[in-house]
Design a protein around this ligand. Structure first.
Ligand SMILES: [Zn+2]
Length: 407
């Protein structure tokens, strides 16, 4: 009998590579559409090409099991691989890398920075592909796509153009979530919220008193709003309040969205620096004034505050309100504050020209599709209500980012 030597320990290097090569050469993972076969397709959630895979990507194994099972049943099976250029995420990862080397994105011009990120992504993209193979995933590599390859970019741009022609995308000046440190706007989904200890400042606006957490924005006030059912203020609606320091007259209006139990029940309306106030401003065609710029500095106000940072301006305004006896009281307040998920800086709502997706036209058929059962949500009980709630209250979606990396 022939003697057979077996290694003491299992060495995957000796075995796994060869097996994967055999699988690939034999075309086992290549999908073939056939009219007499049931199709079964899974799109690999594209890994971001800005880092090697992490341990979570090991969960792709679940998809691999489903795909292999269906393939063995004789179905037409496709597991489609690809890489995501991951715009803003990749630029952030790259900037962190630059910071470690003591550099920042501002040390390079746009083209150089783009080229550097491009090379960085190419390297990671290749590592990702090798890792997916090493994990034995039965992906159809003949159909691999990268989100920044010319054909895909053209497809994206054409889709964008079509959305624009269909009037579903527009460039407009609306309020956006802006991080003055990162220098970019974010969508509503990218803002994190945190409970923070703050102060509630009660201010004297002549015939009415208001409460605010942001006294530095009083220069951008255009109205005071109360609830029409609030008996305290019924006689004041239609009259004028006076913004302290600048002694500007602004109208008192009534809207049922105003919470009579919050603060004094009278809300200062600052469409330029608050998303809720922006909606009220649109509804009543109020003026929009911006007093904070993209760098987080004060603009369009009396010269003693010009150019100050938001925090400095707040202290100065509080001092001046005290001098004029317009500061009634200060209460401590715990409230939810929007912060940048990247640098934890406070998000500044400001108005800048950006591209928006008109959501209402899209939300209506999306609601219908779930109501009619065409699209099913699991688990229904927990998420269907959340979905409807979200779809009904969604505002036009900001798709602009102030970054260099992308198509
Ligand atoms: Zn930030």
């Amino acid at each position: 009998m022939k003697k057979f030597e077996l290694n003491k320990a299992y060495d995957p290097k000796q075995v796994e590579d060869k097996i994967y090569q055999l699988w690939e050469k034999s075309g086992f993972f290549k999908a073939q559409a056939a009219s007499n076969k049931k199709p079964f397709t899974v799109l690999l959630p594209l890994p971001n090409a800005n880092d090697p895979l992490h341990v979570g990507h090991g969960l792709f194994t679940v998809e691999d099991i489903m795909i292999r099972y269906r393939r063995m049943l004789g179905e037409s099976t496709l597991w489609l691989p690809g890489s995501d250029h991951a715009g803003i995420e990749t630029q952030f990862v790259f900037e962190k890398k630059l910071a470690k080397e003591g550099k920042s994105r501002f040390d390079f011009d746009r083209e150089t920075l783009y080229k550097m990120i491009f090379d960085f992504v190419e390297k990671n993209r290749d590592i990702n592909r090798q890792q997916l193979k090493r994990l034995g995933f039965s992906l159809d590599w003949s159909r691999y796509h990268y989100a920044l390859e010319p054909k895909i970019v053209e497809f994206v741009l054409n889709t964008f153009r079509k959305l624009h022609e269909d009037k579903l995308i527009y460039r407009g000046e609306r309020i956006v979530n802006f991080c003055t440190k990162c220098g970019t706007a974010f969508s509503d989904l990218e803002v994190e919220y945190e409970e923070r200890d703050d102060f509630f400042y009660f201010l004297d606006y002549g015939i009415i008193k208001i409460a605010t957490t942001r006294p530095e924005t009083i220069f951008a006030d255009v109205a005071i709003a109360v609830n029409p059912k609030d008996k305290r203020y019924k006689n004041l609606v239609g009259k004028n309040a006076t913004v302290p320091i600048i002694n500007k007259k602004i109208p008192i209006i009534a809207d049922k969205l105003i919470d009579a139990d919050f603060g004094t029940g009278a809300l200062k309306i600052t469409p330029g620096h608050d998303p809720f106030d922006f909606e009220i401003g649109q509804k009543y065609k109020l003026e929009t004034i911006s007093v904070i710029d993209r760098g987080g500095r004060m603009i369009n106000l009396p010269k003693e505050y010009l150019g100050l940072k938001v925090g400095e301006a707040r202290s100065r305004v509080i001092e001046d309100l005290k001098k004029e006896h317009k500061l009634v009281k200060i209460d401590p307040l715990k409230h939810s504050v929007g912060i940048c998920y990247r640098c934890k800086n406070k998000i500044e709502p400001i108005i800048i020209p950006q591209w928006f997706v008109k959501i209402k036209t899209l939300a209506e058929p999306a609601i219908k599709a779930v109501k009619s059962g065409q699209v099913k949500i699991y688990p229904k009980k927990r998420f269907e209500k959340m979905y409807f709630n979200w779809m009904k209250n969604i505002r036009d979606w900001n798709v602009s980012r102030q970054i260099v990396w992308g198509p």
